[in-house]
Each structure stands twice: as C-alpha cells, then as structure tokens.
Ligand binder design. Structure first.
Ligand code: SAM
Length: 256
C-alpha cells in the first residue's frame, strides 16, 4: 500500500516520536553534523533553483536552520521561513540565525503547515520527507501554501533506488517511508503540481576521516548513487474546480 493512500498502515512514526528523536539530536550535539553532511547537496540543488529578490521560501523540516542561512547568503533580500516538528531544532535555528532579519522559524508539521495559502514562491525540504508521517497529506499542504507559479524542491537520500541507505529505519528506530522516485513524483502530481520530475544528484562532499574503511566505502557508495531530487510547479492557471467555486450557484445553473 502506497503512502499516497493516506491509510494508517502507510503512515510513518508519529510527529511526537520524530520530534523526540530530533530533540535528542540537538541535546547530544548531533545537529551541527547535518550541515556538514547535507550542505554540498543543498548547494548543488540550489544551483538549479532560481530565487529572485522578492522570493519567499518555506523550508520544511528545517532542522537547525543552516539552509535558511545559506539561502540568505545567496539572496539577501529573499525571506525564508523554516518549520520543524522538533522544538529543540526550532530553538537552535532561532539562536543560530538571530542576526538575520529576513529569516524566521516556527514549530510546525509538514502535514499541517501553520501558514496562509498561496504564500510561498518556493517550498524546499532537505532530508526530511521520508520522516513525514503522511507524505501525501504533506504534499497537499505544500501545494496549498505555494503561490500559483511557485515551485517545490525535495531532496532525500533515503529512497528505494539508493541501496546504501536501506538500514536507516533500523538505525533511527523510526518508521521511515522508503519510496522510489516514481512514487514521489506521483505523490506530488496527485497533490496538484504540474511538470513534476525527479533526478539523482551525486554528492561530491569529502568523506569524513576517522571511519573504518568499510564505513567510508559505504558512505562513498551512498554519495555516488546520489540524492533523489523531486521538483514541480503549481500552475498559474486556475483549475476549473477553483473557477466554479467562485461562481454564484444560481448563475452557474443558468449557464449550464
Ligand atoms: C535529518 S533532519 C534534516 C534537517 C535539515 N533539513 C538538514 O538538512 O539538515 C530531518 C528534520 O525533519 C524534521 N521533520 C521530520 N518530520 C517532520 C514533519 N512531519 N514536519 C516537519 N518537520 C519534520 C525533523 O524534526 C528533523 O529536524
């Protein structure tokens, strides 16, 4: 059964369990390593994303906020909002980005984004989507908050085509969604996005020393296969259902 069916069986770990895990990551000093591991991929992804000075971005599962800082460095006039289910991550992000006036962080889940509809020009998410309890619901929420003409950009290393990440659910102790590229594309297309496509982005970051040769070879394998990048656009054209919702019901009867 696919997560796109939003069934209980298809759901991942609860938001509370995920938050508990990542709160602990912050307390145990593991959050800082995320930037080291994900930054190069994020840079390669951002090279493909055009962000203008009036851009307003949402980072879903923002962790300790390093991506918002990276974006603010590239496009200082753009605004970035980060949300995360882990309050400790949000707190850390607020501390680390206290000097940035156009960046803010709030607690919130991908499945219930605490924001007005049609607000963001870009919705970005790195290494978070496979933790979402209900990815189909999250995709619909991302569609809701995206502006017409806006885009989404998801990057994940945990997906079916990358065998090197297969054990991560056991390592984290969480129920993660192990989908393939076509599943992720279908899920965002079903949420309403157009031109949804995927690609694999190899990661050329240096491998941290201090690991066993086997662990280094495993990491290299993961990076060579690369991360799955899924992107798409919210059409500017109003859908017929949206248009019909605007029409006075009496008038609509006459027109038919
Ligand atoms: C592996 S970390 C990645 C953090 C950051 N994006 C990065 O690349 O360093 C995954 C993050 O996603 C958050 N997360 C997981 N499920 C979430 C959900 N349903 N809604 C919002 N955030 C979520 C976690 O709390 C965690 O901070």
């Amino acid at each position: 059964m696919r997560p796109s069916e939003s069934s209980d069986r298809a759901r991942g770990s609860s938001a509370e369990a995920v938050a508990e895990t990542f709160d602990r990551w912050v307390r145990e000093g593991m959050a800082a390593g995320m930037e080291r591991r994900h930054r190069r991929l994020a840079e390669r992804m951002l090279d493909r994303v055009s962000i203008s000075s009036d851009g307003c971005l949402l980072d879903v599962g923002c962790g300790n906020g390093w991506l918002a800082r990276l974006i603010a460095g590239r496009v200082p006039e753009a605004a970035v909002v980060g949300i995360d289910v882990s309050m400790e991550m949000v707190h850390q992000a607020r501390l680390d980005c206290a000097d940035l006036v156009n960046v803010m962080f709030a607690p919130g889940a991908a499945e219930e984004i605490p924001w007005a509809e049609e607000y963001f020009t870009h919705v970005i998410s790195i290494e978070s989507a496979y933790y979402w309890r209900d990815p189909a619901k999250a995709a619909r929420e991302i569609f809701r908050v995206a502006k017409p003409g806006g885009t989404f950009h998801i990057l994940i290393n945990y997906y079916e085509e990358n065998g090197f990440s297969a054990g991560w659910d056991a390592e984290t102790g969480l129920a993660l969604h192990r989908l393939n590229a076509a599943d992720w594309v279908d899920l965002f297309a079903a949420a309403g996005f157009d031109d949804v496509s995927s690609d694999q982005i190899p990661d050329d970051s240096p491998i941290s020393p201090g690991k066993t040769p086997e662990a280094m070879a495993h990491r290299q394998g993961l990076q060579d296969v690369g991360a799955l990048y899924v992107t798409g656009r919210k059409s500017k054209a109003k859908r017929r259902a949206d248009l019909q919702a605007q029409v006075d019901p009496g008038l609509f009867r006459i027109l038919r």
